[in-house]
Design a protein around this ligand. Structure first.
Ligand code: B12
Ligand code: SF4
Length: 463
């Protein structure tokens, strides 16, 4: 039995060609979901993972499979449907799963033979068994997986072409921020994989650099932090020799022992969602953790950096309290916090989130010709109506934010700070220049987006 597991590309995101430059390997990430599914697939299936981010293959020239499984974030849905249509025309059954399939069940059911909602770990072998017996059902629900049964992902598949491996050690988040899908999809209960499984899986990753995909590696409670420390101790003891980056809340900075252990285990960078420069903004998105009384963000960031861990700060533009000038304000605040890189995204209503429900009720989802418009749900385009910012206004804020934070004097200042403190100056320089370079690409993308928006609005008016 032959199985293709496919990660569809979004041409608006996959603008890099890996074969053009070695550096582009740092801009694509492995689809871990498919590697986990492959790990759950019995040996009688011959599995191939196709990541279209490496370039879409000529499917017609490939041997016909017995089953196609497609994953998709919302932004990949359009392309997922194109791929599904291709294989269904050839009589190959197509099953789709992942976050978009879960949040837009009916839309996906109309375009595939079967849908698996939520986490597939517990149900995937059953789906495959049903295919073997010709009795594939229209819908399966995996619920939330028993975390100790999450298999070791097939890291031997997709062995080349990427700079980083990927691993997951926990699932779920209790914080339920308004714009985020994680609590709705993976649940509020923070589930932790057994430490020996994680260490064993790390050992099976070939790449030296690894992305730990957990939404918050350290969790929210003292027992979560104790587990993170145990994990880091076990990783250091296993002498993995990996350098890894992860996501965490700013609370990462509050425990010196935790930071020291993380660094010893190979942590070289952390991605932190600051979300808004003001307490009102944080209240609006429900990011309670960042509202801790007396929190000094600059001191917290410095404490992390002292352990030779780079800090990437993420903010959102387009909150209801955001007014003209927000772009520069974010750049100033992020510079003041001292983050090494800044990543700013447009507030985007993603299906299944509280923000989606709220904006839908208020008729503020502007780009709503689905499924075509999903390709713009990358958080890098303003798809909604914002309280105090027009379409042109919010794009101008984003550009001014990036221009200000990634101005040459500011980049040199930051990199000089890294040289002075002996903190990975080369990586900081490459990271900053890469973001600066993206700015030009973004300006072109905004121009195309405005044209698309204009055409869409005109066609709606005419009809
Ligand atoms: C790693 C990651 C990335 C990586 C992508 C790696 C990749 N897959 O290509 C990077 C950094 C590139 C990335 C980018 C983006 N991401 Co992202 N990302 C994640 C993160 C943190 C982990 C995903 C992961 O690997 N999980 C581990 C695997 C094992 O779990 P899983 O993917 O859920 O898969 C399980 C099930 O869903 C199911 N399943 C999945 N696929 C399939 C397929 C079949 C056939 C079946 C049966 C089952 C099945 O089975 C799996 C095992 O249980 C998630 C948050 C999260 N907790 O999921 C956000 C998340 C998926 N990202 C999100 C977003 C918004 C984005 C971006 C659009 C914006 C951005 N800048 O962050 C871009 C879009 C990229 C694109 N190509 O269009 C949202 C998606 C929401 C949505 N409705 O689409 C999430 C949920 C975070 C959030 N805050 O809400 N992301
Ligand atoms: S943004 Fe982070 S903290 Fe908030 S719900 Fe999502 S994963 Fe949890």
């Amino acid at each position: 039995m032959r199985l293709y597991l496919i990660n569809p590309s979004n041409p608006l995101v996959s603008i890099v060609n890996v074969k053009e430059s070695r550096w582009n390997r740092y801009r694509i990430w492995k689809p871990l979901s498919l590697m986990v599914l492959a790990g759950l697939t019995p040996a009688e299936w011959e599995v191939s993972i196709v990541d279209e981010n490496l370039g879409a293959p000529d499917y017609a020239a490939m041997p016909l499979p017995d089953l196609v499984g497609i994953t998709a974030f919302t932004s990949q849905a359009n392309r997922a449907y194109e791929v599904a249509a291709h294989f269904r025309r050839l009589g190959v059954p197509v099953v789709m799963g992942g976050i978009h399939a879960t949040m837009r069940l009916n839309e996906v059911m109309e375009r595939t033979d079967s849908v698996v909602t939520r986490e597939a770990d517990g149900i995937w072998p059953q789906v495959l068994e049903d295919v073997r017996h010709g009795s594939l059902k229209r819908r399966y629900d995996g619920g939330l997986a028993e975390i100790s049964e999450v298999p070791i992902a097939r890291h031997d598949l997709l062995a080349t072409g990427y700079a980083c491996g990927a691993i997951q050690t926990t699932r779920g988040c209790p914080l339920n921020c308004s714009f985020c899908s994680v609590t709705a999809f993976n649940g509020a209960h923070y589930r932790q994989r057994p430490i020996p499984d994680v260490v064993r899986e790390f050992q099976s990753i070939r790449e030296k650099h690894v992305l730990v995909v957990d939404d918050n590696l350290i969790g929210t409670r003292p027992d979560h932090i104790a587990r993170a420390k145990d994990l880091f101790r076990a990783m250091a003891q296993a002498n993995l020799r990996k350098k890894w980056i992860a996501q965490a809340t700013i609370n990462f900075a509050d425990d010196e022992e935790l930071l020291a252990l993380a660094a010893k285990a190979g942590c070289r960078g952390v991605f932190i969602g600051f979300e808004s420069p003001t307490p009102e903004g944080l209240r609006e998105v429900g990011k309670k953790f960042n509202l801790l009384k007396g929190r000094d963000f600059r001191t917290s960031v410095q404490r992390i950096q002292r352990h030779n861990i780079l800090v990437v700060g993420s903010f959102i533009i387009g909150l209801d309290i955001d007014e003209p000038g927000i772009g520069k304000h974010i750049a100033e605040v992020a510079s003041q916090y001292g983050v090494d890189n800044l990543n700013v995204l447009f507030l985007t209503p993603l299906p299944g989130t509280r923000l989606w429900d709220q904006m839908k009720a208020q008729d503020r989802i502007a780009l709503n010709g689905f499924p075509e418009d999903w390709k713009y749900y990358t958080l890098t385009f303003p798809v909604a109506r914002y309280a105090h910012l027009s379409l042109d206004g919010i794009i101008a804020e984003m550009i001014s934010c990036d221009r200000s934070f990634y101005s040459m004097p500011r980049i040199l200042h930051r990199v000089w700070g890294n040289v002075w403190q002996r903190r990975q100056p080369l990586i900081a320089l490459v990271g900053n220049l890469s973001y600066r370079n993206n700015l030009q690409l973004s300006c072109k993308a905004y121009a195309d987006f405005k044209r698309y928006w204009g055409d869409r609005t005109n066609s709606v008016k005419k009809s």
